[in-house]
Design a protein around this ligand. Structure first.
Ligand code: PMP
Length: 420
C-alpha cells in the first residue's frame, strides 16, 4: 500500500512551491501513484483505465517491463557523459529511428521535449531557406517556449510577447472549418498568405497531421500535399509535428504525415518516443541538418545513454508487439461503438487508430459546443479533454489498450451521458 504524502497535502504544497500557471484536471485532482500498462492506481489503490496516456506519451504502456529493464541496466552502467564522448546507445537509437523514416530523412538531432524539437526545426528552416516567415495552422499546438508559442495557434497558450515572423493560416478542419473538407480552398489561402502577407518567400510551414491539443482534428484529406507544394515553391521547408501522431498510433500508418501521402523535410517528435522518458528528436535530411554546422549546436541531455537505451527499447516493443496493427484493430472497433452512441447523444466522433476525439455539441446543425455538459462528464468520467472550447474528449490511451477496455470506455460514457 501507498505510504507517501496524501493527495490533499500534495495539492496544498504544490500551490506554495510550484508556479501558479500549473493547471490540474478535476476539482479534486487524482493522486496517481502507480501505473501498469493501460491502468493507473491512485493513493487508495483504486484502479483507473488510462485513456489519455500521460497526454499521449505512454505509447507502450506504463512501466512496460522491457523499457524499465533497458533504463535500469543503462542507469547502473553509465548515466551520463554528453556527446563529447562516444556512446553506442545514441547511434543505435538514431539508426533504428531513421530506419522508420521514408525518403532522405536520415539525420537526427536528439533533444528533451517537443518544444525543443520544434524550436530546432524552426531554426533549421530559417537557416536553410534564408527566409524568416513561418506558416502555421490556426488551432495548432507546437510548444510553450518563447519561440514556439509563436507557432502555436491557440490564444489560451499565448503570452503577450513578440510572436516572431509567423503567419497562421486557416485550419483545414473538416468539422468546423470554413471550407469543410475542401483541401484546395484551404491551400489557396496558404498561397494568398504568401502573396499578400510576406515577401513571397517563406522559411517553412509546420503542421500536426492530427491536431492534439486543438481537439483531435484530422486535417482535410489531401491538404498537406497541396500546402507542401505551395510552400516549397516559395522556398520554404515543410515540417511535420509528429509529437502526438507518430509511432503507429493512427493504426493505418507509422507516421501521421503518411496518411496524407507526403514526405516532409523535417519531422519533429517527442512524447510517445520515450514512453514517459524526457526525450524528443528532430529528423531531417543531411542537407538541412548541415546548416547547424556553421556554429555549434549542443544539447547537454540530448541523446543521453539512458534515454537512448529507453527510446530504442520503445521502438523494439512497438515492433515486437505489432502495436500499429493493434491500434488499427482496436481503434476501428472503438470508433464503431462510439458512432453507435452518436445517434443517442449529440456529438462528432473522429480520428484514426487510438488517436480519437469525441466532440460534444448541444445541437448537431449549429455545432454549439456543449461546454457545461462536457464539464460535468469530465468530472464524472475523469477523461482527457481539449479543443478551444474544452468540449472534445481526447482518447489516446497507451497502445496496449484492448477491445474490452474500449467497450468499458463506451459503456461508461453512455452511462454518464444518460444521466445528464
Ligand atoms: N507539439 C505537439 C503536437 C504537442 O502536442 C506538444 C505537447 N502537447 C508539443 C509539441 C510540445 O511538447 P512538450 O510539452 O514536450 O514540449
Amino acid at each position: 500500500p501507498y505510504a507517501g504524502m496524501a493527495g490533499a497535502e500534495i495539492f496544498e504544497k504544490r500551490k506554495a512551491v510550484l508556479g501558479p500557471s500549473l493547471f490540474h484536471y478535476y476539482q479534486k485532482p487524482l493522486n496517481i501513484v502507480e501505473g501498469k500498462m493501460q491502468y493507473l492506481y491512485d493513493e487508495h489503490g483504486k484502479r483507473y483505465l488510462d485513456c489519455f496516456g500521460g497526454i499521449v506519451t505512454v505509447s507502450c504502456g506504463h512501466c512496460h517491463q522491457d523499457i524499465v529493464n533497458a533504463v535500469v541496466e543503462q542507469t547502473k552502467l553509465l548515466q551520463h557523459t554528453t556527446t563529447i564522448y562516444l556512446h553506442h546507445a545514441i547511434v543505435e537509437f538514431a539508426e533504428a529511428l531513421t530506419s522508420k523514416m521514408p525518403g532522405n530523412l536520415k539525420v537526427v538531432y536528439f533533444v528533451n521535449s517537443g518544444t525543443e524539437a520544434n524550436e530546432l526545426a524552426m531554426l533549421m528552416a530559417r537557416l536553410y531557406s534564408g527566409n524568416l516567415s513561418m506558416i502555421a495552422l490556426r488551432n495548432a499546438y507546437h510548444g510553450g517556449s518563447a519561440g514556439t508559442i509563436g507557432l502555436t495557434g491557440l490564444q489560451t497558450w499565448k503570452y503577450p510577447i513578440p510572436q516572431g515572423e509567423i503567419h497562421h493560416v486557416m485550419n483545414p478542419d473538416p468539422y468546423r472549418g470554413t471550407f469543410g473538407s475542401d483541401a484546395a480552398a484551404y491551400a489557396k489561402e496558404v498561397e494568398e498568405h504568401i502573396t499578400y502577407g510576406s515577401s513571397g518567400r517563406v522559411a517553412g510551414f509546420i503542421a500536426e497531421t492530427f491536431q492534439g491539443v486543438g481537439g483531435a482534428v484530422e486535417l482535410a484529406p489531401g491538404y498537406l500535399k497541396l500546402a507542401y507544394d505551395i510552400v516549397r515553391k516559395a522556398g520554404g521547408v515543410c515540417i511535420a509535428d509528429e509529437v502526438q501522431s507518430g509511432f503507429g498510433r493512427t493504426g493505418s500508418h507509422y507516421w501521421g504525415f503518411q496518411t496524407q501521402d507526403v514526405i516532409p523535410d523535417i519531422v519533429t517528435m517527442a512524447k510517445g518516443i520515450g514512453n514517459g522518458l524526457p526525450l524528443g528528436a528532430v529528423v531531417t535530411t543531411p542537407e538541412i541538418a548541415s546548416v547547424l554546422a556553421q556554429r555549434i549546436q549542443f544539447n547537454t541531455f540530448g541523446g543521453n545513454p539512458v534515454c537512448s537505451a529507453g527510446g530504442l527499447a520503445v521502438l523494439n516493443v512497438l515492433d515486437k508487439e505489432k502495436r500499429q496493427a493493434h491500434c488499427a484493430d482496436v481503434g476501428s472497433h472503438l470508433v464503431e461503438r462510439l458512432k453507435s452512441l452518436q445517434q443517442k447523444h449529440e456529438r462528432d466522433v473522429r480520428g484514426r487508430g487510438l488517436m480519437l476525439g469525441v466532440e460534444l455539441v448541444t445541437d448537431r446543425k449549429e455545432k454549439t459546443p456543449a461546454k457545461a455538459e462536457t464539464a460535468v462528464l469530465f468530472e464524472k468520467l475523469k477523461v482527457g479533454k481539449g479543443g478551444l472550447h474544452g468540449n472534445v474528449f481526447r482518447i489516446k490511451p497507451p497502445m496496449c489498450f484492448s477491445k474490452d477496455d474500449a467497450d468499458f470506455l463506451v459503456e461508461a460514457m453512455d452511462y454518464a451521458m444518460s444521466g445528464i
